[in-house]
Write a protein that binds this ligand. Structure first.
Ligand SMILES: [Zn+2]
Length: 122
């Protein structure tokens, strides 16, 4: 085996997840509420655990409670539950002290980022 570094630049169209992706870029937690059972998923799920595909987009406060936290060479990450969501999410932590257990969503182009209150100016 010969190691070879491969670099790719590409853009993925968010498709049905457009409201979620645009929300992240604006610092908004846009979740999906199932039309059948009302489960609220953040990040959104295309098909709910109950099997339903229809749902509505709702905007959560963006506040979250950290349930598990880890730190490594690439930074700090956590499993969190956003207020109003019935699901958990993995987020990158930024600017939160190791003893802080709550944070709020910050605008990001690279994924879910949880930081301190109040939100940084956009
Ligand atoms: Zn459902």
């Amino acid at each position: 085996m010969v190691p070879y570094h491969l670099s790719l630049d590409y853009n993925l169209h968010p498709g049905w997840m457009t409201p979620f992706v645009e929300g992240l870029q604006a610092g908004l937690a846009v979740a999906r509420r199932c039309a059948a059972c009302a489960q609220t998923a953040f990040p959104p799920q295309r098909i709910c655990a109950c099997g339903e595909a229809d749902g509505a987009w709702i905007t959560l406060t963006g506040d979250a409670i950290i349930t598990f936290r880890t730190e490594g060479a690439d930074g700090a990450f956590a499993l969190v539950v956003f207020a109003g969501a019935d699901t958990s999410a993995v987020v990158r932590l930024t600017g939160l002290a190791s003893d802080q257990t709550r944070g709020t969503l910050h605008a990001s182009d690279t994924g879910l980022t949880l930081g301190p209150f109040p939100k940084a100016p956009l």
